[in-house]
Design a protein around this ligand. Structure first.
Ligand code: GDD
Ligand code: MG
Length: 357
């Protein structure tokens, strides 16, 4: 398979819904289960027998090449093409065309944690003879995604990006196979949305867009809730990643981290390298980045604790994002979608959601 297929990964988005974490790192490089998220996706592409990958970068472009270089350590051949001004998803695909020579091109949104068999999507594409094939999944609430109805043969009949009135729960899972000529026909040098422009126009012109539906694990990691869930699912082995091997359990403590006596780590918690967790702290579904400190008796639930941040004694942090190097004082309570910006210091007892202490 490897010679006649290349992969493109779109990693140029700003990751606004994950701010403030994405102020210091692009979304695909945020640590998930101890590795940059993108490493999980790359390992899945590699496991499918594809090692020629082009990254379409824009926002914080240099971070990717600094980390992965030529891809040698992954046994892959990685190249990078950077948009000076973001060109959108379609423009990003068109922009990497000079690096593409294969007849079929696999394209991945860079923020999807998935378990679909990439080889099966390619098979659907080849057997149907489609111009483009889209991986589709079913979700509870399709409104945040591209809604994609199909006919009885699996052929796509419409593409409705983020509609308030979705006709089906079947959505675009963010993995595509393009015939190379379709990419050649995308206008160059200006922003183009594959979802709002390329797919609807292909359909309007009667071109063959095929759906490949399956029931594989699937999650877009673009919001704090999904990021926390996806990370926990990786730690627990619910979401597959060839990059993790068989190291699954209720928690993952990275080398060089310390955990004090009586601390409880459950729900797919991950503790980053150099981080420390104090005595009797309770971490449930916590994503603790490198060098962060959770003090004695603190409780962290379904939250992301940025690099070098500190959570004071007995503090409660639930469904919250704490920016890098922020300091949350003792006995604070931060709940329900709170976001603390990097470096901010909240004094002891300075934020509470109740009056009972
Ligand atoms: N190179 C480049 N340039 N990449 C970009 C750009 C750009 O201008 N804009 C976005 N991207 C990348 C993002 O980094 C991300 O990996 C991917 O394209 C999708 O962008 P998101 O911003 O995450 O889109 P979304 O989650 O709202 O919606 C998309 O994904 C859903 C599935 O996860 C759409 O494709 C939906 O139709 C789809 O259902
Ligand atoms: Mg997304």
């Amino acid at each position: 398979m490897s010679k006649d297929v290349q992969a493109v990964i779109l990693v140029g988005g700003k990751g606004t819904r994950l701010r403030p974490l994405t102020l210091s790192a692009p979304k695909p490089m945020l640590p998930t289960a101890g590795k940059p998220f993108l490493t999980h996706l790359l390992s899945r592409i590699k496991a499918a027998g594809i090692d020629d990958v082009v990254l379409g970068t824009s926002f914080q472009a240099e971070v990717f090449e600094d980390y992965y270089g030529s891809g040698e350590s992954l046994g892959m051949n990685l190249r990078y093409v950077t948009e000076v001004e973001p060109l959108g998803t379609g423009g990003g695909i068109r922009n990497v065309l000079p690096e593409l020579s294969a007849p079929d091109i696999l394209v991945f949104n860079g923020d999807v944690l998935g378990g679909t068999d990439v080889g099966d999507v390619l098979t659907t594409h080849r057997e149907s003879g489609a111009d483009v094939t889209l991986h589709l999944v079913r979700v509870g609430d399709p409104r945040a995604f591209g809604c994609v109805p199909t006919d009885e043969t699996g052929r796509v009949t419409a593409f409705l990006e983020k509609t308030q009135d979705p006709p089906t729960d079947q959505i675009n899972a963010g993995t595509y196979v393009f015939r190379r000529e379709v990419i050649e026909a995308i206008p160059a040098g200006r922003p183009v949305s594959v979802e709002r422009e390329v797919f609807p126009e292909l359909l309007a012109r009667g071109r063959h867009v095929q759906g490949h539906v399956d029931q594989s694990y699937w999650r877009d990691m673009g919001t704090p809730e999904d990021f926390v869930r996806g990370s926990a699912d990786l730690v627990r082995g619910i979401a597959p990643s060839p990059a993790l091997g068989d190291r699954h359990g209720e928690s993952l403590v990275q080398d060089g981290a310390s955990v004090g006596p009586g601390a409880v780590l459950i729900g797919g918690t991950v503790v980053g390298a150099g981080a420390s967790v104090g005595r009797r702290a309770r971490l449930d579904g916590a994503v603790v980045f490198d060098d962060a400190v959770i003090d004695d008796g603190a409780v962290v639930e379904r939250s992301i604790i940025g690099r070098g941040a500190r959570i004071g004694r007995r503090a409660l942090v639930r469904d919250t994002v704490i920016g890098d190097n922020a300091r949350i004082g003792a006995d604070c309570e931060l709940l329900r979608g709170a976001r603390v910006w990097p470096g901010v210091q909240i004094p002891d007892g300075g934020v509470r959601f109740s009056t009972d202490v």
